[in-house]
Design a protein around this ligand. Structure first.
Ligand SMILES: Cc1cc2nc3c(=O)[nH]c(=O)nc-3n(C[C@H](O)[C@H](O)[C@H](O)COP(=O)(O)OP(=O)(O)OC[C@H]3O[C@@H](n4cnc5c(N)ncnc54)[C@H](O)[C@@H]3O)c2cc1C
Length: 264
């Protein structure tokens, strides 16, 4: 789908000071269903469009958690129910959770990276008989940056850490990789799903591979500026990959040599 389709904001929930979850419903025509890990290009009329991952799978409704970091994300974050946006998609590769049937699952999220991983956790919790043990490791800069706090409290195997605690914080402190020691999984029979800032992806995936998780079973979601989202403009090129088409979710086997190149 290359022409934006109108969707209306039907719900908005503030997650943190700069982040909100919006639910969109088609005004007339619905896009094809999205899979966890895929993204939409969401257009704030008159401002521009940006890639946003789906953070819930729910029929024709699209749910996105958006962090206001610039003009377009700021405009989408400011939208209230009743407003209309344009949406293209679905784009990109997904997490492919069903391929991990029978394996222990390790979901590792940093910051807004929990948004695209939330549907993975929800689907794994909905079908526990299909998978081994589920561990969800979540890192954030500060307690006030944590997403979906009420829902996460209900996830049985979730561990959370923050870089900078406040006076109320009683949980773990440190980067998310420090939680790996506390997770219970069998490395040769584990599938990992990682999304967050690139240094966090590198550290987490590298450590898991070092401990014997098959790099083919480590899936990471990579972000680059995207424009056309259809593999034509080249804005999101990373080595031989066009991330809007070949990503954003790729195996660590593919990502590792590309992320280990020092940026100039
Ligand atoms: C596949 C994909 C899925 C994404 N999913 C989400 C999501 O679910 N929720 C969410 O809040 N954000 C998500 N993003 C990031 C979001 O697209 C960017 O924050 C947005 O493009 C910023 O645009 P802007 O006009 O608001 O700000 P700009 O003025 O364009 O940028 C503001 C700052 O953000 C940086 N930036 C811009 N685009 C990106 C990007 N793609 N990745 C990293 N940094 C960027 C810029 O370098 C600048 O420092 C996703 C990005 C990709 C590629």
């Amino acid at each position: 789908m290359t022409v934006p389709v109108p969707y209306r904001v039907t719900e908005r929930e503030a997650e943190t000071a700069d982040t909100a979850t919006i639910v969109l419903e088609p005004v007339q025509v619905a896009l094809q269903p999205f899979a966890p890990g895929q993204f939409a290009m969401v257009y704030a009329f008159g401002v521009g469009d940006i890639p946003l991952s789906v953070c819930a799978i729910d029929g024709h409704r699209l749910t996105h958690t958006v962090r206001a970091v610039g003009a377009v994300s700021g405009a989408l974050h400011a939208l209230r129910p009743g407003k209309t946006v344009g949406v293209r998609g679905p784009f990109g590769t997904g997490w492919e959770l069903p391929a991990a049937a029978g394996l222990d699952l390790l979901v590792v999220a940093g910051g807004i990276g929990l948004a695209p991983l939330r549907p993975v956790v929800r689907q794994a919790l909905a079908a526990p008989e299909r998978y081994g043990r589920l561990n969800v490791l979540i890192g954030a800069r500060e307690p006030r940056d944590l997403l979906y706090t009420e829902e996460v409290r209900g996830w049985p195997a979730a561990l959370t850490t923050v870089d900078r605690p406040d006076s109320q914080w009683q949980g773990e402190v440190g980067v998310v990789t420090t939680l790996l020691d506390r997770a219970t999984f069998d490395p040769p029979s584990t599938a990992a799903f990682i999304c967050g800032p690139e240094p966090m992806i590198r550290a987490t995936a590298g450590e898991l591979a070092h401990h014997g998780v098959d790099p083919e079973r480590i899936r990471v979601s990579l972000e680059r500026n995207m424009h056309c989202a259809t593999g034509h403009c080249g804005h999101c090129q990373l080595g031989p990959l066009l991330l809007c088409r070949d990503g954003p979710v790729v195996s660590w086997t593919r990502a590792r040599p590309l992320l280990m190149v020092r940026e100039l």
